[in-house]
Design a protein around this ligand. Structure first.
Ligand SMILES: Cc1cc2nc3c(=O)[nH]c(=O)nc-3n(C[C@H](O)[C@H](O)[C@H](O)COP(=O)(O)OP(=O)(O)OC[C@H]3O[C@@H](n4cnc5c(N)ncnc54)[C@H](O)[C@@H]3O)c2cc1C
Length: 500
């Protein structure tokens, strides 16, 4: 098996995860309660069968990760330490290193990959497109090897099955918690290959990233995990007034979309750039022990959370939608699988419940592995590849991210989305003569931005993390999914499908 990754194997969102992994491990908790919390967050659009798989298989997969070597924080009696996050009605978040869960998960998985002689890892190789098979099945991938210790150049890898695990698309916005590799490549590649993409309008904006100043707020921003609110930190405005108690019964631990919207409302009403997260009452001991990463990052920015409130603002965080899969991770293209944030298995619906995404990766990766072990297809005969045309000038990237932030961010309306789509249309004319990796990434960002903004424009309601200022509240006629695909003429097509 070959694992191809565009920078180093550690460069993805996983290593940045802070809060943890949700799983029912406390005897007082139940899978039904986890299911119920997930369905509430998803506001009518979760696929209940997929959520059932997630919550029932999750604990077993977590124990497999522990057996692989992952070390999670434990109580003095040796049991796993569990905390609570937004939208959960029980303590079910497993964490590591206080607030460095992703570092430990990535370390354990990386070590397991290194130990496995059956795995070949190719780093610094950008996957470009699916290599189509003559019979419509996936036959492999094309890639651009970036010349770190190997000759720079374009090539292909034949494969009996292709599993996309390319992560999210946060870089489509000007400010995001996602690393630079999260450019939506898998979704764009899938669309070009004829796969169905769904729910892309549901982008979760994390309510609290560290506000570093208006000029510093571009690209990847430092996250201030909601686990901090789980331990008692409170959101306040510039006057020190808490504002979440009047908004939701769970106050500061309301689902993320509710908190992001409440903060955005304060920003607009008070014409300010950030609110504050007050964690002073947790004390120096809790901050140092449970939140060493956040405390250190704040101090690096000149803010001491022991003595002053932390300035925070929302930023793009998580793509709830992606390549549509069945319960075994299969996309609509035979032989092409999707796993993790690039996929849309149906577990998140209109909004992801905190710490369900690492869990989704664990559970559905296991199911993909089992499916391939059962039924690995034969090698498809590759079709001749067309020379790529229409790749975009890498210089369009800042304009794409700005258009998305202005018109398709936390707040959207028919006017703002039409403006964004108009800008994207014009930017789509600026093609590149150099088909290098930067042109591919710019093209991918533009493709997913267009699909996202088009779906957001079409969905004339407010649901989950999709907030239309011109259509307040959820509309029963929209309790369904927008499916997007690219037709034979290269046009983006959308189709509505009522929720099951
Ligand atoms: C700051 C932050 C905190 C988070 N905290 C939590 C949390 O506490 N709990 C939780 O459940 N979730 C959390 N999430 C979300 C979660 O971390 C991600 O959804 C998850 O890690 C995604 O895993 P993945 O394997 O799908 O993608 P990633 O971990 O992003 O990996 C994708 C890989 O694909 C590679 N790649 C991408 N495109 C290409 C290409 N064209 N060619 C070759 N390689 C490519 C990338 O380089 C990368 O190695 C957090 C996310 C962020 C950003």
């Amino acid at each position: 098996m070959i694992v191809v990754t565009k920078v180093n194997i550690d460069d993805g969102s996983t290593i940045w995860a802070q809060g943890g992994i949700a799983a029912v491990l406390d005897p007082a908790d139940t899978t039904q309660a986890h299911l119920a919390d997930t369905l509430v967050a998803g506001v009518g659009l979760c696929d209940e069968a997929a959520v059932e798989v997630l919550v029932t298989e999750g604990p077993g997969r977590l124990h497999e990760l522990i057996a692989l070597g992952a070390q999670f924080d434990r109580n003095p009696d040796g049991s796993l330490a569990l905390t609570r996050e937004g939208g959960h009605h029980a303590d079910r978040i497993v964490h590591a290193g206080g607030d460095a869960t992703g570092v430990e998960v990535q370390r354990a998985l990386h070590a397991a990959v290194r130990r496995d002689p059956g795995l070949q890892v190719v780093e610094h190789a950008l996957v470009l497109d699916l290599l189509p098979g003559a019979d419509g099945r996936a036959a492999g991938i094309t890639l651009h090897v970036l010349g770190e210790g190997t000759p720079d150049g374009v090539g292909a890898v034949l494969a009996r099955a292709v599993v996309l695990a390319t992560g999210g698309m946060g870089q489509v916005y000007a400010a995001t918690t996602n690393p630079s590799v999260s450019t939506g490549d898998g979704v764009a590649l899938g669309l070009r290959a004829g796969a169905v993409v769904t729910d892309v309008e549901f982008v979760q904006f994390h309510p609290t990233v560290l506000f570093l100043g208006a000029d510093a707020g571009k690209g990847q921003q430092p996250l201030v995990s909601e686990a901090l609110r789980g331990e008692g930190a409170i959101l306040v405005d510039a006057a020190g007034t808490p504002f979440m108690r009047d908004v939701h019964e769970l106050a500061d631990l309301a689902p993320r979309d509710v908190v992001a919207k409440a903060i955005t409302r304060v920003l607009l009403e008070q014409d300010v750039e950030h609110v504050y997260l007050d964690a002073r009452h947790l004390g120096a001991g809790v901050l140092a022990h449970r939140f060493p990463t956040i405390t250190a990052r704040c101090r690096q920015a000149g803010i001491d959370p022991v003595h002053e409130p932390i300035p925070v603002t929302p930023a793009a965080h998580y793509a709830s939608g992606g390549l549509r899969t069945d319960l075994d991770g299969r996309t609509s293209v035979p032989g092409l699988y999707a796993c993790g944030e690039v996929s849309c298995t149906g577990v998140h619906g209109a909004n992801r419940l905190a710490s369900n995404s690492l869990l989704e990766g664990l559970v559905f990766a296991g199911r993909i592995g089992a499916d391939l072990a059962r039924d690995l297809p034969s090698q498809a005969e590759p079709r001749d590849l067309d020379t790529p045309t229409g790749l975009l000038d890498p210089g369009v990237r800042p304009a794409v991210t700005e258009a998305m932030t202005q018109g398709a961010g936390v707040l959207r309306s028919a006017v703002s989305l039409a403006d964004t789509l108009g800008q994207l249309d014009r930017l789509g004319e600026k093609t590149s003569t150099d088909p290098g990796p930067s042109a591919w990434e710019a093209t991918n960002l533009h493709t997913v931005a267009t699909a996202l903004a088009a779906a957001a424009e079409r969905r004339t309601e407010t649901r989950g993390c999709h907030w239309r200022t011109d259509h307040a509240g959820a509309d029963e006629r929209w309790r369904g999914h927008l499916l997007a695909s690219i037709d034979a003429d290269g046009e983006l097509r959308e189709q509505y499908e009522p929720a099951r």
